[in-house]
Design a protein around this ligand. Structure first.
Ligand code: KPL
Length: 318
């Protein structure tokens, strides 16, 4: 398969390395020209959870120069994996540039945390080419051209309109398995997206505030009880919204912590790198939903304020 991956953070680099090592033609689209140059010159250094290292030869181009990979460049990809942050998708300029990396029948697989991204993309791409992916894989970008697979998870893939699976996406779980991931198709992506929203809203701010790994979070009594508070407030909003959630979601959150025990959540990685976090798109989205139903989310509001305070001390704003 020809795969273009737009976004070279932890998950983007992880997908680029593993799909390239599995023999797919991967183009990685980076934010900066410097990162593209590094990846082209040195390759992508990949380390799996057991510490085994491999070098993936990945072609890279910078987002700043889409003409290099756009319609006049190499053949259009079969799939475009979109791994940029949710906030990037709410800029018209970015969406217009993104079009330059897709051909008329390129399918987009969108890996964003939070909610609202699929709607933003549907304004620009035909809905039948849009797929959501929700992943609980843990990854750490250790340099602009190096990534470690820190924890195994599950990737769920599907369309939001629950249309019957077509041939292109039927082949995806197998391609993911060959690349070393566990993936499955789902026709309940709205619920899956909200489950992931809750997982991130419980794990990410607390790991970011306490600066601890996902595994340390439930191991401490005080943080475990805060996790439970965030979870219960979140469940209240989702049931007011009429989102159907499976039984055992609390246990699933504990399982994600366990399976990605060595991982530093994406929010903690953002804070440590001085980047703006996704708190507004994660806990902030829940707070907005709650307002529609007159529900107060005191614990979510408190963690938002705390993360934003830390962010204002460390962020360079990117
Ligand atoms: O999605 C994640 C994140 O860090 O954003 C989890 C699943 C919590 C893994 O760290």
């Amino acid at each position: 398969m020809q795969i273009t991956i737009v976004g070279a953070g932890s998950i983007g680099l992880l997908l680029a390395a593993r799909f390239s090592l599995a023999g797919h033609a991967v183009l990685l689209v980076t934010r900066t020209a410097e990162q593209a140059q590094l990846v082209n010159a040195r390759g992508l250094a990949f380390t799996d959870a057991g510490g085994t290292a491999a070098l993936a030869r990945v072609r890279a181009a910078s987002f700043a120069a889409p003409g290099a990979a756009g319609p006049s460049g190499p053949a259009a990809p079969d799939w475009l994996f979109l791994t940029v942050k949710q906030k990037d998708l709410h800029h018209r300029e970015f969406l217009a540039q993104l079009r330059g990396f897709a051909g008329p029948s390129t399918r987009l697989l969108c890996f964003q945390n939070g909610v609202g991204h699929m709607e933003a993309l549907a304004a620009v791409f035909p809905p039948h080419l849009l797929y959501a992916a929700v992943t609980t894989e843990g990854a750490r970008r250790t340099s602009p051209c190096a990534v470690t697979h820190t924890g195994r998870g599950l990737t769920e893939i599907g369309r939001l309109d629950a249309a019957p699976a077509g041939m292109p996406e039927k082949k995806l779980p197998e391609a993911f398995a060959e690349a070393g991931f566990t993936a499955r198709l789902s026709n309940e992506m709205v619920s899956v997206i909200y489950q992931k929203l809750l997982i991130n809203a419980v794990i990410n701010p607390l790991t970011a505030i306490a600066r601890i790994t996902n595994g340390e979070l439930p191991a401490r009594e005080a943080s475990l009880s805060l996790m439970r508070d965030l979870f219960e407030e979140g469940i209240q909003v989702m049931s007011a919204e009429g989102i159907s959630l499976p039984a055992g979601l609390w246990e699933r959150i504990l399982e994600v912590c366990n399976k990605t025990a060595a991982n530093r959540s994406s929010m903690l990685q953002d804070l440590e790198a001085g980047r703006t976090t996704e708190i507004d798109w994660i806990n902030g989205s829940l707070i907005q939903l709650a307002q529609r139903h007159g529900i107060q989310l005191q614990v979510h509001k408190t963690v938002c304020r705390m993360v934003k305070t830390i962010e204002s001390q460390t962020s360079g704003g990117s």
